[in-house]
Design a binder for this molecule. Structure first.
Ligand code: GLU
Ligand code: MG
Length: 436
């Protein structure tokens, strides 16, 4: 059969989906200038393929321009077509960045970090996911045999990651049924979110190529184990690591402490973006090692921000190892939007010169709201509507995004919720598992 290679030019959108349009690979150079045509109302296509209330209707035209730096071409093997995709930015036809382009929004946040603090973000997303088919094997949590069951897939994935320019770190059989985790080495700026997008696409690609289906849904069963997304972050000042200060509180350099304080201060108003689906809130409950409060933990996996361990044994310097992870996130979000919200909140903390927060060491779920508040903590929103109200109630958070963004985002999410009306929690989990 004859065949011609095609490239998918794509973006991550408000639904956390990777959407795009493919063109013949021979056109790559011209498409770098011309882009592909895009439709504004696409941004209101929900994860369930319904269209939420849109300010654009049938009007308007945009272009999505590929970014060579986010191009992936992987040939898995003889009987699979070569995979080729590229992330890009969406512009108005006159060349202005489109207000709803998630990648441009993240660029704006990273520019603010540079302007305010002279820092570059350095980090990586750590993903958990589950295989959907086949009976999960009991007794395999963290085991070598659990890894072996997917060794072929893991090794293909690692090769694909490397080909795509990602530096693989680890792959493991996680605790949950048929649950695995993939990690990679950190990268800088926009690449942090691009590489998260790429690794999820590669996991799906490699799994599908061997006839398997995976899901990154936050939780498959309301009583089950969640699929977390941990966003590891640190800073560079030029080429120098700039997060660790042995004389700082919790060994955090001053701007890093302020940045964390900013995230925690605004967390209840940005969680609608970092954990943006109805099922996100089935997972963000105490005692799941997810995140239920806006607290900082020192190596504590119940905290929404955890200061990660450094080791004296490593070949990497302490200053370069030192990082913190944001845990109130899942893979139903656009990584670009997630990171934009986190960076804006962090930079806000730097601008407000907030003090480095205390770490919590006890079980916050045992405290009543007033004792919680006395500690400077709040319970995070318990549902998506509550989280959206919190976001819409914060003029500061709304102001970080382009005009009209927060309102349109909330309408998108309302459209998503409308599709779920009248369904049980189990049915809702089942639907999200299909689409993420
Ligand atoms: N599966 C947990 C979650 O839902 C995270 C477990 C871990 O700390 O790796 O977030
Ligand atoms: Mg994990």
């Amino acid at each position: 059969m004859i065949t011609e290679e095609m490239v998918i030019a794509c973006c991550t959108d408000l639904a956390g989906k990777v959407r795009g349009k493919a063109f013949p690979a021979t056109q790559f150079e011209t498409r770098m200038k011309r882009g592909i045509g895009w439709t504004p109302t696409n941004v209101q296509i929900t994860c369930f393929d319904t269209i939420a209330e849109s300010p654009f209707g049938s009007l308007g035209d945009l272009v999505l321009i590929p970014d060579q730096a986010a191009r992936v071409r992987v040939a898995l093997g003889d009987d699979a077509p070569t995979e080729h995709f590229v992330l890009g930015d969406i512009y108005h036809t006159d060349g202005r960045p489109w207000e709803f382009c998630t990648r441009s929004i993240l660029k704006g946040a990273l520019d603010r970090l540079d302007r305010v603090a002279g820092l570059t973000l350095f980090g990586a997303f750590e993903h958990e996911f589950q295989f959907r088919d086949g009976a999960p094997r009991i007794g395999s949590a963290y085991t070598a045999n659990g890894f072996r069951a997917e060794r072929r897939l893991a090794q293909t994935l690692v090769a694909a990651m490397r080909t795509a320019g990602l530096e693989p770190d680890t792959f493991m059989k996680e605790f949950g049924a048929a649950q695995y985790e993939v990690t990679m080495e950190p990268s800088r700026g926009i690449a942090i979110a691009d590489q998260s997008t790429i690794v999820c696409e590669l996991v799906r690609l490699v799994a599908n190529a061997s006839g398997k289906e995976v899901t990154f849904t936050p939780i498959r069963d309301p009583a089950g184990i969640g699929n977390g997304l941990h966003i590891h972050l640190s800073f560079l000042d030029g080429e120098k690591p700039a997060t660790w200060d042995p004389s700082g509180k919790h060994e955090l350099a001053k701007p890093a402490g302020q940045f964390i304080a900013g995230i925690l201060k605004y967390l209840d108003a940005i969680v609608a973006i970092t954990a943006p689906s109805v099922v996100s809130y089935f997972r963000l409950t105490p005692h799941r090692w997810s995140a239920a409060f806006n607290n900082l933990g020192f190596r504590d996996r119940e905290a929404s921000i955890r200061i990660c361990p450094v080791s004296d044994l490593s070949d990497v310097s302490k200053a370069a190892q030192f990082n913190f992870e944001f845990r109130a996130a899942d893979a139903t979000a656009s990584p670009h939007l997630q990171l934009a919200a986190i960076v804006h909140a962090g930079v806000q903390g730097i601008e407000e010169e907030l003090p480095t927060p205390d770490v919590t060491t006890d079980d916050l779920s045992l405290l009543n709201p007033s004792s919680l508040l006395a500690r400077g903590s709040v319970r995070l929103p318990k549902s998506l509507p509550e989280a959206l109200d919190c976001m819409l109630g914060s003029p500061t958070v709304i102001g970080w995004f382009p005009a009209g963004f927060a309102d349109t985002y909330a309408k998108h999410k309302k459209g998503e919720m409308a599709f779920l009306e009248g369904r049980s929690r189990e049915e809702i989990c089942g639907l999200y598992e299909q689409v993420y």
